[in-house]
Design a protein around this ligand. Structure first.
Ligand code: BGC
Length: 444
């Protein structure tokens, strides 16, 4: 079947996604304050080959050229994130006029090219000044964030209508506050549970602030989701898979929908009680205009007695000897279908938008070209799964490719290349990959 854009309908939103720390660089330009990522990358052996995002794609200085490239590829919507410490160097207090100016120019030039901005308010780069006060473990983050969001709406809301409050709270609270493999590098259950609860409260606080200031706004928030399957059809593996599903897929959407945390499947989550205050249960609920679904792979789970709290572990793609991406993730486009079905099955679920999907492969430059048939195949197969879900009645209204430019892939550094556009990080030269040309053609 040859899939065309028309099959998705006229109202379907197409775009690409990026995140500030992964592309902007200019870590000390324009009066920017340090974020937790600026600090974390300087610690020894946290990031692959001790790489960092100081320069990344230098998007801060090259955004006109990059937006022009986006325009030339027929991309009508651009999801990017605002770096909190670029506009509020200390997270609260004094505003950086240069920071505001940068995002004003970025928004204005996008609009001039006919590209609609979709703004993520938090894609993991917390101002370090706030981390020093406890970061996501401190309940005051709800107020700090609310204040930052109100500034963003006040400065940019005359031109920006589409907002995403948080990017994948499950990932930043687990990787950043439980495993310590992402910034700020904190560990332990208490940090994780506090960060989780405060992120869940903050996601609705942010949305309330936007709605109170901008009635015609389109407000959502984004979640990482993976289809989960048990390794064997045995009770122990099935139960282990259910626990992992509760953690990876249900932890943030269920309190948002008024269902509370999935404590029945993960007993340890009962300890969140400790951070709950009066009215929190109500405050965790908000009727979003859309939910951002971000899917890359599936996970196969088996029972593991010695893994604390979960008694479960992932059976890696390597062990299973299946096709993998450069992230060692299984190539499994059907996962998208399953997560769309799963999310849309909740009662009163707002429409879904796929705010991230893509794959990293070891792209090579040959004769000034980058041919990446594996990525084209992955994107095409995933879109077939989106149509499959849509035909079965799932309300899914948009799709954003992760990502536009090869960029800084967090703890993995620069080696996993996810872009539709290849970046030579020595020279900052861009080469549109064959997947970029394919997407341009698809969108034409
Ligand atoms: C994140 C991106 C990341 C991508 C690929 C998502 O979890 O939002 O920042 O680069 O996945 O790992």
């Amino acid at each position: 079947m040859l899939l065309t854009k028309d099959a998705f309908g006229e109202d379907f939103t197409w775009g690409v996604s990026t995140a500030a720390y992964q592309i902007e660089g200019a870590h000390n330009q324009g009066g920017k304050g340090h974020s937790i990522w600026d600090i974390f990358v300087k610690k020894k052996n946290k990031i692959f080959q001790n790489q960092h995002g100081d320069t990344a794609c230098d998007f801060y200085n090259r955004y006109t050229q990059d937006l022009y490239l986006m325009y030339s590829l027929n991309i009508p919507n651009y999801r990017f994130s605002i770096s909190w410490s670029r506009i509020l160097p200390n997270g609260i207090g004094e505003v950086s006029e240069d920071g505001i100016d940068f995002y004003n120019r970025l928004i204005d030039f996008s609009l001039e090219l006919g590209i609609t901005p979709w703004v993520t308010l938090y894609h993991w780069d917390l101002p370090d000044a706030l981390e020093k006060k406890g970061g996501w473990v401190n309940r005051d983050i709800k107020e700090w964030f609310g204040n930052y969001v109100s500034l963003c709406v006040a400065y940019f809301g005359d031109r920006v209508k589409n907002w995403m409050v948080l990017n994948e709270p499950m990932v930043f609270s687990a990787a950043g506050y439980f495993f310590g493999v992402h910034a700020p590098g904190r560990k332990g259950l208490d940090n994780f549970l506090a960060a989780t609860h405060h992120a869940a409260l903050t996601q609705t606080q942010g949305a309330r602030v936007i709605k109170s200031m901008q009635k015609d706004s389109n407000v959502g928030t984004t979640f990482s989701c993976s289809h989960i399957e048990p390794f064997r059809m045995k009770e122990k593996d099935i139960l282990a898979a259910r626990r992992v599903d509760a953690l990876l897929n249900r932890l943030f959407i269920e309190p948002l929908l008024g269902l509370g945390y999935p404590t029945a499947d993960i007993k340890t989550l009962n300890r969140i009680e400790k951070y709950m205050k009066q009215n929190d249960e109500k405050d965790l609920i908000f009727n979003m205009d859309f939910i951002g679904v971000q899917n890359y792979t599936r996970e196969i789970i088996r029972h593991a007695t010695f893994v604390p709290f979960l008694q479960a572990k992932i059976v890696s793609a390597k062990e299973r000897k299946v096709e993998m991406t450069a992230m060692n993730w299984e190539v499994y486009p059907e996962s998208m279908y399953h997560v769309l079905r799963k999310f849309s099955a909740y009662p009163n679920m707002p429409p879904l938008i796929i705010t991230e999907n893509g794959a990293a492969f070891p792209d090579q430059v040959e004769n000034n070209q980058v041919d990446d048939p594996q990525r084209i195949k992955y994107l095409q197969h995933t879109l077939e799964q989106v149509i499959r879900a849509k035909q079965e009645g799932v309300k899914v209204n948009g799709y954003f490719v992760w990502t536009f430019l090869d960029n800084f892939e967090w703890a993995e550094g620069y080696h996993p290349r996810f872009g539709l556009v290849y970046v030579d990080f020595q020279t900052q030269k861009r080469i549109v990959k064959s997947s970029g040309h394919w997407y341009a053609n698809f969108l034409k």
